[in-house]
Design a protein around this ligand. Sequence first.
Ligand SMILES: Cc1ncc(COP(=O)(O)O)c(C=O)c1O
Length: 387
Amino acid sequence: MHYAAITERLAHTGGAKWAIHQRCRTMNAAGADIIELTIGEPDQPPDPRLFEVCHASMLAGRTGYSNGRGEPELLEAIAARYSRRRAGVDSQNVLCFPGTQTALFATMMGLTGPGDGVLVGDPFYATYEGVIVASGAHRESVPLRSENGFRLTAEDLEASITPHSRVLLLNSPHNPTGAVLDAGELAQIGEVCRKHDLWIVADEVYEELVFDGNFASPFDNPELADRVIALSSISKSHAAPGFRSGWAVGPQEFCDKLLPLAETMLFGNQPFIADMTAFALNSDLPTSARMRASYKHRTTLFADTLEKIDGITPFRPQAGMFIVLDVSGTGLDGESFAWRLLEAGVAVMPGSSFGANAGALVRLSLTVPDESVVEACARIKRFVEGL
Ligand SMILES: Cc1ncc(COP(=O)(O)O)c(C=O)c1O
């Protein structure tokens, strides 16, 4: 049978990246004792009030169809949140999606097509490859250098631009490295984007998980208002990834153009999820502060121990749910290191899942209890010393 080219384009962008994670799950199900540091599932439950609001909303009959843009109360809540960051944002600047992932996919489908280039820092979040090539566009790598703390610089961005470049896909706070760009760096990056007439798609899903200092965004710069689309969700901020509730905020023209695409894909979201999300955004809940404190603490637990081990170098993240290690001093690349470490009882993501520039890295999740972090460090130490 015939399948469309998109299936080919996406065929090699997914599964293999998660092979160690899947293998760990299979081994643990068969009775092994492997510490799973592969994916970033918040290790806290969502605030119980989110369940109560969802439940009450369902009982109140909010189980019908919504519309393509989103429920009015949620649009207002999102617009209010972003208008505190930049004046003049209203519900016409917002589209609701089931998570940042869907918002990324729809945004890229709306902005790019065959032959278009999407600039993205390398290393990058594992699903970006698929999100970019789905529309027929291609990825244009901007190196994120370890000596710069994996921060995207305006110079590296400008040097990577080609005549095909249409979009900068910017991720700050960054997965996997935990780098957070500041307002000055973003102003320089914004200037380059203006000069070369690029869209900026800002994936800000970790915005609430900056350990120290402030979160900054190109969205907040009025001079970039016509070219920035901010994407986020309650997945990380409210420890609620399974609810699938996110959004895109951008120019009204962008939202109007994208609306038919959103309607075609989704036929609206679930009103009871929208009610819960509006409640979450309008309330001051303790979830993200708790996560920030515990992920910051585990960063220190990991880094203080691992930096004493010859052959591996931890990079302390400024935000998020992960810490990366450079393992090249062991003589292994990230991929071989991760597979061999799995046999030693710790599952980590190989850097190769996050781009060509990450081959020497492995990524460890901060979402396991402190005791597991301590035990994982002991196993990593034994493993490295035994190499
Ligand atoms: C950088 C980044 N963007 C997007 C997502 C997906 O988020 P959501 O659950 O909102 O779809 C993740 C999830 O891990 C992520 O790390």
